[in-house]
Design a binder for this molecule. Structure first.
Ligand code: FAD
Ligand code: EPU
Length: 336
């Protein structure tokens, strides 16, 4: 069934009050095919959990909300299992289900909002792990050619918060299921300082994957605003990867600027730190929107703000950081 003039307010974590001219919940591929056939002229947008989107307008086309479910172990040895998940499954619930079955590799990605189907879009990552580390393949339906295609990791062109689906194949494929290779003999990744510290506080010396997941959940709850309480889409910008001389310049004034190694002799800087040092952290505009007071990388909608206002705020921040540090921040959030 296709509905008309549907409010998207409850379907995006920013809580922006936008409308879709046409809207359908997709449960399987044959349903997708019949909806596409009936509405072949419409522009299309695929929606997952709405946690990485800023609506700046009503959408004058057809929104397909991916609700394809399923969880299946399709191959298993003593060492690993390959697990297929429907794209419409909630990511965190999927992580919890894997941990319950003692399948490891994604425990550091606990509590990331959104759906499994969107996880390859920007190669979601947190606390030293990205989904490219465990990705096996995905099946996606080409919206124009009406054909299913299987993508393996090398075809997805994964990078830091990037994939081919966010770039040259943007908007072309409806991801239906994603498969991950998860371990039974776990190699924990606790290299991120905050995880080590949290485990110590929890007095755990030999952590399980469940312990690491619990530590990550605690850290995230203390750092990031809960979208159920304050509208947001996580990090609004990507952390910039810059040549080393840009870092050297900043170090003249700020010797303790946080920085991390990146490929090709570059360094990754913390956009949150740059935005904070530029004076934006905690600023609120018209009592409705602003920059979060604990995490400057997160733009927030406190109360009924418009997507366009948040977009303009992001433009001001980009210009100011450019003026102050000669670095152009790139948005992580998808603007619609
Ligand atoms: P949506 O926002 O619905 O869509 C995102 C994009 O993917 C859109 O372009 C959409 O068209 C496309 N898309 C969605 N589903 C499909 C599909 N089935 N087929 C084709 N295209 C599709 N991200 C991180 O990487 N790391 C973090 O630590 C992190 N923390 C966050 C914390 C908070 C509080 C919030 C609100 C967000 C955070 N995010 C983080 C961002 C977000 O959770 C991820 O990007 C997530 O994968 C988005 O999933 P979604 O289902 O909500 O996608
Ligand atoms: N920092 C500041 N001020 C701030 C925020 C951060 O100085 O307001 C400094 C911190 O003190 C730290 C550094 O910046 O030295 C990095 O901060 P943090 O560890 O909180 O990570 P982040 O760079 O802000 C990134 C990801 C998050 C991910 C965490 C944990 C990006 C764009 N963001 O945040 O992902 O959860 O690391 O791995 O890479 C997302 O993509 O939506 C997201 C939340």
């Amino acid at each position: 069934m296709v509905d008309r003039n549907v409010s998207l307010k409850q379907m995006n974590t920013f809580g922006i009050d936008a409308q879709a001219k046409l809207f359908a919940r997709i449960h399987d591929v044959s349903h997708l095919e019949s909806v596409l056939e009936q509405h072949s002229e419409e522009s299309i947008f695929i929606l997952g959990g709405g946690s990485n989107i800023l609506f700046t307008n009503n959408f004058e086309g057809l929104i397909l909300k991916n609700e394809i479910k399923g969880f299946k172990i399709i191959e298993e040895t003593d060492d690993f299992a390959i697990v297929e998940s429907g794209a419409g499954e909630n990511w965190h619930e999927f992580v919890m289900k894997c941990i319950e079955q003692n399948l490891g590799g994604i425990e550091n990605l606990s509590l990331i909002p959104g759906n499994v189907g969107a996880s390859p879009m920007q190669n979601i990552g947190a606390y030293g792990v990205e989904i490219k580390d465990v990705f096996e393949y995905l099946d996606a339906f080409h919206l124009k050619e009406k054909e299913m295609h299987r993508f393996h990791a090398d075809e997805c062109k994964f990078g830091y918060r990037e994939s081919i689906f966010k770039n040259s194949l943007k908007g072309q494929y409806f991801i239906c299921k994603v498969a991950f290779r998860l371990s039974k003999k776990h190699v924990l990744n606790t290299s991120y300082g905050a995880i080590e510290k949290e485990l110590q506080e929890m007095q755990i010396s030999e952590p399980t994957i469940k312990d690491v997941s619990n530590a990550v959940i605690k850290i995230r709850q203390s750092k990031l605003p809960d979208p159920n309480e304050i509208g947001n889409a996580g990090s609004f910008f990507k952390n910039p990867v810059v040549p080393i001389d840009i870092l050297s310049n900043i170090q003249k004034k700020y010797p303790d600027v946080p920085h991390y190694p990146a490929p090709n002799d570059k360094v990754k800087l913390a956009a949150g730190w740059l935005i904070e040092k530029a004076g934006w952290k905690g600023r609120t505009f018209e009592n409705r929107y602003g920059v979060h007071k604990h995490q400057a990388l997160v733009l927030v909608n406190y109360n009924q703000s418009k997507g366009e206002e948040i977009l303009q705020l992001s433009n001001q921040i980009i210009r100011d950081v450019e003026d102050k540090f000669n670095i152009t921040l790139k948005r992580e959030v998808n603007i619609l």
